[in-house]
Write a protein that binds this ligand. Structure first.
Ligand code: ZN
Length: 139
């Protein structure tokens, strides 16, 4: 059985270049492809910055090598602006310095998720990851 998706999806693939997107939610943390179900989950015990940077590099290399056609097509477009990293990135494109963008973002999420310490911790980790990746030249 072929599972390469509908003609509509193929059209979408032609129109939009695939992107490596950091996804962080309750059930998954790691890199994903904007076009297909390819992903590279973050190993749970990886807490050191250096180890995480190595993981990021490896995931980026694997992403470049994967063929979207070998994986199931994504049913919905991944909306990066809905993710924490996407929100930080948006602030940066608005002209904020990366460090200021992360600070501002954290002020916002502290209000939004004041009753949700788990999500708040995830947002903080995403902010740190963003700055770390920038420093490592990964993004
Ligand atoms: Zn893909």
């Amino acid at each position: 059985m072929s599972n390469y998706g509908s003609a509509d999806h193929r059209k979408l693939q032609e129109k939009t270049a695939r992107e490596l997107i950091w996804t962080s939610n309750r059930t998954f943390q790691g890199w994903t492809c904007s076009q297909c179900e390819w992903n590279s989950p973050l190993p749970t015990l990886l807490s050191e910055a250096e180890a995480r940077t190595a993981y990021d590099r490896l995931a980026a290399a694997k992403f470049r090598e994967h063929k979207c056609a070998d994986h199931l097509a994504r049913l919905e477009m991944v909306q990066e602006q809905d993710s924490f990293t996407g929100r930080i990135r948006k602030l940066v494109t608005q002209g904020f310095k990366p460090k200021d963008a992360v600070d501002l973002f954290l002020q916002e999420v502290e209000l939004e998720y004041r009753n949700d310490p788990k999500t708040l911790a995830r947002a903080k980790a995403d902010g740190e990851d963003f700055l770390r990746r920038l420093k490592a030249g990964l993004i």
